[in-house]
Design a protein around this ligand. Sequence first.
Ligand code: 5GP
Length: 115
Amino acid sequence: MNPYTIFSDIIAGRAPASKVYEDEDVVAFMDIRPVTPGHVLVVPRVPARSLAELDPALGGKLFQVGQRLAAALRTSEIGADGVNFFLADGVTAGQEVFHVHLHVVPRKPGDGFGL
Ligand code: 5GP
């Protein structure tokens, strides 16, 4: 099955995205349909379709970068009062893009996002 999705194009710079962080393992960019302002996706460079395909060390890296972004979302102009992490693994879980990604969703009181 083809492991390449729009996220591979974004990572390679072939498709536009607002990147907020990148290193040798992961890229983070703004979600095109944010559920709240500042909603970021953290994506491994390797096109793992599911958690089962993801090296656990990279899973740790996704979380580590997510932690740093969560701190930044609280202290930046986004002014998050809280943060949700979310990862959909599989169709039944609501996964739409089959390249593993961690959602980092800044929260404010009354923002209307129900998780
Ligand atoms: P999933 O449902 O797979 O967990 O989430 C996929 C996420 O990717 C959605 O929140 C969706 O808005 C986002 N997304 C889909 N296509 C694009 C795109 O082309 N660019 C960006 N920046 N985000 C995308």
